[in-house]
Design a protein around this ligand. Structure first.
Ligand code: NAG
Ligand code: NAG
Ligand code: NAG
Ligand code: NAG
Ligand code: NAG
Length: 585
């Protein structure tokens, strides 16, 4: 906790141990099977502020006469007064429930006097609260700022916990203030008093070795637990329905982030053993067993072409789309020689989402011979790999490496390709827009590899034209600025005074600024043109280890916003705060 620095929690040697997570409320009380925490530390809940009695001049009337209420009775009366304009307070059940619970808070004297709710006059109280609401709206900037600061202070102190190595945002660390239960529709309990929650109601769950949050002075917690299978930090039982309420954090995004992280770690593991796997399938091309040969050729396609294995579920259900295992004889053509290359395989089929996959690839001789063998005596609609299906292939992948699927090959190839392309394409002398163009080009190389095509957007031509006219205007502006600079220079030569020198300087700066703007627009146009038929989003979101992009941004001082939009930044929060300067895939 003490080592918390900015967004990160640093361990020894500055290693990043934890990072923020965006948050949302989690309804589940328990983690999915198998997920537990080892360490949990938090500060406990923030209680509702204590009741502040009304000023003396705000009166309550019973049966037309002023009556001074005890603090407890007054507090509950204010709940009703605040809702006076609401339809609820006219409903029979609401009034009945409220009156019953209110009487419980009264002194015996009050109880004997106040026997009929219809004789209670809350209007003065109600007016007072309305005036207060108005006053809050009219608050000065300074007052608003003060409240904002106080909220930020509370958030900083109570809004986060440490769970294992993650610092995480707590969804609802403030306990709801007391009030009247509303319920939906004609809830039979509407109008009942929702009690004030006290520390004595609170069960704290945290780890034994953490700093257990102290209860407010003079109070005790109901209980402190150390249950590492529950998702909540704090719980209590509310009095209306007897249901248990929880303060929770946002494990969903953490689990998601963790899954995402795991995916890329698996791909990095593949990097370490891909050579072995490749040698193995090369051997298997020679196997006596047809099944093994087919498997080995299919694996070669997955590795080399980033083909999908073929999803059992999708096949048949949707349009005629296929993956590697379900390729049919009609989907490939064998060319012993084509355009000066030997052993070319021509693929033409509909892949996932009915995107056409068309590719002519030279393959190794042994693969080619095997394919000839697989196609012997078959009809066009027969399976190319008749001894293979997706489950067999996936099982084999698992045997090669734990967690290996066809998708891991895609992730691996996409990520490593991005890294290589970034190294190759980034020119250290470029300015930021040009570097971003290089990034997008690297991203495009990957998208092409993954066959992420798109139809050019309908608005493409129009937006290109708009951009072009902006460029033309900018060029004119530049010509003007240059002319002005020239005449300023000529002027300065004649006059030789400070003022004209300054004018030359400012004109020079203007030319530079316009040149930069023009450059930016031109880069944008190139980028858009090159992006015409390629969808970058899918690979960016699913196949590219975000740590590569983050590390690249850090290395070249590119703001991360230029690479990832808001949604993407949330998804990759784990990487943005973690990537080390020298991250290598
Ligand atoms: C409660 O007060 C209202 C208004 O004065 C009156 O109409 C009603 O009869 C009273 N109810 C009882 C039970 O006394
Ligand atoms: C990635 O895929 C491409 C295209 O098939 C291939 O040429 C390249 O060798 C692969 N890269 C790696 C590192 O596997
Ligand atoms: C795949 O093939 C194996 C062995 O022939 C068979 O047991 C299995 O049911 C098949 N799976 C599917 C999804 O067709
Ligand atoms: C961010 O980009 C994705 C495409 O990669 C898009 O679907 C999404 O709507 C964008 N989000 C925002 C907030 O711009
Ligand atoms: C050590 C301890 O008291 N653990 C308890 C934490 O809370 C759960 C219930 O949510 C109990 O089952 C554990 O025994």
């Amino acid at each position: 906790w003490n080592q918390c620095l900015g967004h990160r929690i640093l361990g020894t040697g500055g290693r990043v141990l934890a990072w923020w997570d965006p948050f949302s409320l989690w309804e589940e009380e328990r983690y999915p099977e198998g997920i537990k925490w080892k360490f949990l530390e938090h500060k406990g809940p923030v209680f509702a502020p204590p009741y502040e009695p009304l000023p003396e001049n705000v009166k309550f009337y019973y049966d037309g006469k002023v009556m001074k209420l005890s603090t407890k009775a007054e507090e509950v009366a204010t709940f009703f007064a605040k809702m006076l304009d609401h339809e609820y307070t006219t409903k029979e059940i609401f009034r009945k429930n409220f009156f019953k619970d209110w009487r419980k808070e009264m002194t015996s004297e009050e109880k004997s006097t106040i026997t009929n709710l219809s004789k209670c006059d809350f209007t003065h109280m109600s007016q007072y609260f309305k005036a207060q609401t108005e006053a809050r709206k009219q608050m000065s900037k300074e007052e608003k700022q003060k409240i904002k600061e106080e909220n930020e202070r509370l958030l900083k102190e109570y809004g986060y916990c440490v769970m294992d190595n993650h610092k995480e945002r707590i969804a609802n660390f403030k306990i709801e203030p007391p009030g009247l239960f509303r319920g939906r529709g004609n809830h039979p309990k509407m109008g009942m008093l929702k009690r004030r929650i006290m520390p004595e109601d609170i069960i704290i769950n945290c780890s034994k070795d953490s700093k257990i949050p102290p209860p407010p002075p003079g109070h005790k917690w109901k209980e402190v637990r150390h249950d590492n299978k529950v998702t909540w930090l704090v719980s209590w039982t509310e009095n209306i329905q007897g249901s248990i309420k929880y303060i929770m954090l946002n494990p969903s995004s953490r689990i998601k982030g963790e899954k995402d992280w795991q995916k890329y770690e698996t791909a990095r593991r593949l990097k370490k053993c891909v050579d072995k796997i490749r040698n193995q399938y090369r051997e298997d091309w020679k196997s006596k067993e047809m099944k093994v040969r087919q498997r080995a050729v299919a694996l070669y396609f997955i590795d080399k072409l980033a083909l999908r294995a073929g999803n059992e579920k999708e096949e048949g259900e949707t349009a005629d789309t296929v993956g590697c295992c379900s390729l049919r004889v009609e989907h490939i053509k064998l060319h012993p020689e084509l355009d000066g290359q030997e052993y070319v395989v021509e693929f033409d089929f509909l892949g996932k989402d009915s995107i056409r996959y068309y590719n002519k690839v030279p393959v190794e001789k042994r693969v080619f011979k095997n394919l000839q063998l697989f196609m012997e005596n078959k009809q066009p609609e027969d399976d190319l790999f008749d001894r293979l299906n997706t489950s067999i292939l996936n099982k084999h992948l698992q045997d090669l490496m734990e967690g290996l699927t066809a998708k891991v090959f895609r992730t691996y190839n996409a990520s490593i390709t991005l890294q290589q392309q970034l190294k190759e394409l980034t020119n250290p002398d470029d300015n930021i827009p040009a570097k971003i163009l290089s990034y997008n080009r690297a991203n495009r190389a990957v998208a092409i590899l993954c066959n992420h095509q798109r139809a050019p957007p309908k608005t493409f031509e129009k937006s290109m034209m708009n951009l072009q006219s902006k460029i033309d205007a900018k060029k004119e502006q530049l010509a003007d600025a240059r002319r002005e600079l020239k005449s300023a220079k000529a002027d300065a030569k004649v006059r030789r005074d400070e003022k004209s020198k300054k004018t030359v300087e400012s004109k020079k700066k203007a030319v530079q600024r316009i040149e930069e703007q023009l450059m930016k627009l031109e880069v944008q146009a190139t980028d858009r043109e090159e992006n015409k038929q390629i969808a970058l989003g899918t690979s960016k979101l699913n196949y590219l280890d975000p740590r590569i992009s983050v590390a690249w941004c850090k290395k070249w001082g590119i703001p991360i916003e230029k690479i990832y939009n808001k949604t993407q930044r949330e998804k990759f929060a784990w990487a943005i705060d973690m990537a080390e300067e020298d991250y290598e895939f």
